[in-house]
Unconditional design. Structure first.
Lengths: 336, 511
């Protein structure tokens, strides 16, 4: 009995202990179970918010310090160039009027879904305090080790209807410059639009584009200048010449398969008094500020830096390419 | 335990009486072999002491085992409890200055992870969390180590990372300006990128906490600056620790503990009873040794049986024992003589064995089967031997629901077996016939009282067990009367039967 009992007890205890120990060791090592990659924006809205804050901080600081060199940290491409110009003009004028309000309070963000670089995101500000129209901004991350930078912006046309985009969380794919799914490739769209802006209805591409505020502006503005000169019987003329820059064209897919295209251009308007003896000076406050001590002649040439944003419909669409917004910043003036 | 004891008891009895039949059951053989040792040990010493000693030992072992079980159960929840955290370390292979975890690694054990990165003293290290695409894009073409998972609970598996195609393209496209310049000599610093969800930089050691969120978030750890080295990573997760052995250990241990305590109490009672009975025992000692030991054994057994049975809330049988308790007390006095008898009863070695077995049998009573033993009670005439045979039958019945058992008992017990299904009334009848004249009268008297109760129980049991045929209860009733008789020889045999009947039957069976 003793033996039996002892043996049994021992066996029981040993079994319990062994089971316990084994069970302790038997727990399997977990293996990584990553979530499957999902189609989503590569920039989250919270990240975008931080990016916007960082850019806005730089823009705000520079606006006060006028230390244009600091802009490079968060501005790039056309935006950097245009902002520097605006700062110069503002300095020349002595006020802030030339400075586009770049407060980064957004009513909509359009985030990238492409994992590759460069990545671009877009954002539309709320109505600025000065009651100018909202601004459409484009941000760019050239490489993974670069920061997001403000690449360009346009002021939206009054009353313009923005195309629909995919939900911000899903992200919107970028559209390459030569994308064929559009009525016109983004690259060509800019070239054609430059033509249209230059010669208006005489452009062979005119039929591709809906009339817009910018074209109307030049008609009105040109007429104004010409009328003013003609009033003096000086034989005035007004010309505008647009030309795309070498900067890449940014385009992002819209919900309907079209694209929102942003591109920078440079333009030059030339006001001429053809009659002998007539002299004309810079027409606007800004151009006057830029004019400085330049001798007056019968010609005024004003150089602009431009950004345009267009909606390019998909290939099979009946719609025309339409301007969404533009920025038109005088950068220099000359007497021809 | 109880069952085991019962078997052991049987084994002893069988061996002398009918080895062949018993041998059929391999289990019986096993039991025998086990019991033999006990026999040898027990045989020499007086029954009561042996019993109590063995019981004490058993009780002690059970209590110890119970305490051990409880202790182990508690220990698994305390001292032996696994660490609440998992800490795993990744040692970089030495190639490159960056370490990147694969998606899912950060949430490997728990959603909450604390990352600690260490670089040689004085160097700068940066930890950054970002999506896998962003991180690998940032790493670009630079060599790095990839943490792929756990290779053990303490170490992370590290493999040289491979740049994805997309990142290579991206790198080719635009990184040519900045990246290449940094790559060779010094470790690039990921700090400050817009892409990071969270980041931290510092010297020598930095740590970062992260609660897993949806998405494929990975960690980028980079040694920064000149002569930078890839940092050593340490990931710490809290881990929910379960204590699966706590309650089983405590409950199982408690059971053993309680069982042990019961046995211990039983042993004490024996002692006490034995002491009380000593006076009568002296009387008995005068009587023949052989008989005395038997009686003693029986009485003791009864006493034990009765007490345990009383304690046991178990099967219907125990209630029957209620009567026996009285009988048990009555019986006790005779038991006392047994002790003195022991010393004298060297000759009667087999008997003491029986007694012991019987005493052991008391626990056996727990098993419902005990009643079966009554058939042996019929045999008591032959003496202790007959009783064991009956017990064996009972055992067989229990196990096999003993079709074979009836054959043995066929003489008197034959009835009980059939009775299994039948009414208890017959049972009393049967015992009367087989039992010696002495036994018969007491049996009748005893039967009257118990009969009603027994009948009740019997019927219930019969209804329940009908199929099993473990009718022993009936025969048990017969033996009971015998103890009352208190005659020298017969009482012992009857006592055995009585025990059996009482549910001590198990013990009897043991005999």
């Amino acid at each position: 009995m003793k033996r039996t009992t002892t043996t049994r007890t021992t066996a029981v205890v040993a079994t319990v202990l062994a089971t316990g120990l084994l069970a302790g060791c038997a727990e399997e090592l977990p293996t990584p179970k990553p979530e499957a990659p999902v189609a989503a924006a590569v920039v989250t809205q919270s990240q975008e918010r931080e990016i916007l804050d960082k850019v806005a901080e730089v823009v705000g600081k520079v606006e006060k310090s006028r230390d244009a060199d600091s802009l490079a940290a968060r501005l790039d491409g056309p935006a950097l160039s245009i902002r520097e110009t605006q700062l110069e003009v503002a300095d020349a004028r002595g006020d802030k009027e030339p400075l586009t309000d770049l407060a980064m309070e957004m009513q909509q963000v359009i985030l990238p879904s492409d994992q590759d670089w460069p990545r671009s995101s877009f954002a539309i500000t709320v109505q600025p305090k000065d009651l100018t129209t909202p601004v459409l901004m484009a941000f760019d991350q050239a490489t993974a080790r670069d920061q997001y930078k403000l690449w360009g912006w346009v002021r939206l046309l009054p009353g313009v209807t923005m195309p629909q985009f995919a939900e911000a969380d899903l992200g919107s794919p970028a559209v390459p410059e030569d994308d064929e799914s559009l009525k016109v490739t983004p690259e060509d769209a800019i070239k054609q639009y430059a033509s249209v802006l230059t010669v208006d209805k005489d452009s062979k591409y005119a039929e591709n584009f809906a009339d817009d505020d910018l074209r109307q502006f030049f008609r009105d503005y040109g007429k104004l200048q010409v009328d003013a000169i003609n009033k003096e019987e000086c034989g005035g003329s007004f010309e505008v010449e647009y030309e795309p820059t070498k900067d890449p064209v940014k385009a992002v897919r819209t919900a309907d398969g079209g694209a929102l295209v942003l591109a920078s251009m440079i333009s030059q308007e030339t006001i001429t008094a053809k009659e002998e003896g007539c002299e004309i000076g810079p027409p606007t406050k800004t151009t006057k500020a830029l004019w400085g001590d330049t001798e007056v002649s019968n010609v005024v040439e004003v150089n602009y830096e431009d950004m345009v944003a267009m909606y390019v419909p998909p290939k099979d669409s009946e719609d025309e390419i339409s301007l969404v917004g533009y920025e038109h910043v005088p950068s220099s003036v000359s007497n021809g | 335990m109880v069952a085991v004891q019962a078997h052991l008891g049987e084994g002893r009895v069988r061996i002398p009486t009918e080895p062949h039949k018993h041998a059929r059951h391999w289990t019986v053989l096993l039991v025998r072999s086990l019991c033999w040792n006990i026999h040898l040990i027990d045989g020499h010493a007086p029954n009561i002491r042996r019993e109590s000693v063995v019981q004490r030992i058993l009780a002690t072992l059970l209590i110890l085992a119970g305490l051990g079980g409880i202790g182990y159960g508690v220990a698994t929840a305390t001292v032996l409890r696994e660490s609440d955290t998992v800490v795993a370390t990744a040692t970089p292979s030495g190639d490159g200055t960056m370490v990147v975890t694969e998606p899912g690694v950060l949430g490997l054990v728990d959603d909450q992870v604390t990352v600690r990165a260490t670089v040689p003293e004085g160097q700068k290290v940066t930890l950054a969390l970002g999506s896998d695409v962003d991180v690998l894009g940032w790493v670009g073409d630079d060599p790095y180590d990839s943490v792929t998972g756990l290779s053990s609970w303490e170490t992370l598996s590290v493999a040289p990372g491979t740049a994805a195609a997309t990142e290579e393209e991206a790198a080719d496209g635009e990184e040519t300006d900045d990246a290449p310049a940094e790559k060779p000599a010094s470790g690039p610093d990921p700090a400050g990128s817009d892409m990071w969800i969270s980041e931290v930089s510092g010297e020598t050691t930095v740590s970062l906490r992260w609660t897993e969120e949806p998405g494929r978030v990975v960690l980028l750890a980079a040694g920064v600056g000149k002569d930078a080295e890839a940092p050593t990573l340490e990931l710490t997760w809290p881990r929910p620790v379960t204590t699966p052995y706590l309650w089983p250990g405590v409950l199982g241990g408690s059971f053993l503990l309680i069982l042990g305590v019961f046995i211990a109490i039983g042993a004490r009672r024996k002692k006490n009873r034995g002491n009380k009975g000593r006076t009568p025992s002296a009387v008995r000692t005068r009587q023949p040794d052989s008989e005395l030991p038997r009686r003693d054994a029986v009485f003791e057994v009864d006493g034990e049986q009765s007490s345990p049975s009383a304690h046991e809330p178990g099967g219907g049988l125990p209630p029957a024992l209620g009567d026996p308790v009285e009988g048990g007390t009555a019986v006790l006095p005779p038991a006392s003589p047994a002790r003195p008898g022991r010393g004298q009863a060297a000759q009667s070695t087999p008997e003491p064995e029986q007694d012991q077995t019987r005493s052991w049998g008391a626990p056996a009573s727990f098993g419902g089967a005990a009643p079966i033993t009554p058939p042996p009670a019929v045999e008591p005439a032959p003496g202790p031997v007959a009783a064991p045979a009956a017990s064996i039958r009972g055992i067989r019945r229990r196990r096999g629901q003993g079709s074979g058992a009836p054959a043995d008992p066929a003489q008197p017990p034959a009835q009980p077996t059939p009775f299994g299904g039948a009414a208890p009334a017959r049972a009393p009848m049967a015992p009367g016939t087989p039992d010696p004249a002495q036994a018969a009268p007491p049996a009748a008297a005893a039967s009257d009282k118990p009969m009603t109760r027994r009948e009740m129980r019997m019927r219930d049991q019969a209804q329940r067990r009908a199929a099993t045929g473990a009718m022993p209860t009936v025969p048990a009733s017969e033996p009971e009367p015998e103890p009352e008789a208190e005659q020298p020889e017969t009482p012992s045999s009857r006592a055995a039967a009585w025990r059996q009947t009482w549910g001590v039957t198990g013990n009897d069976g043991g005999n």
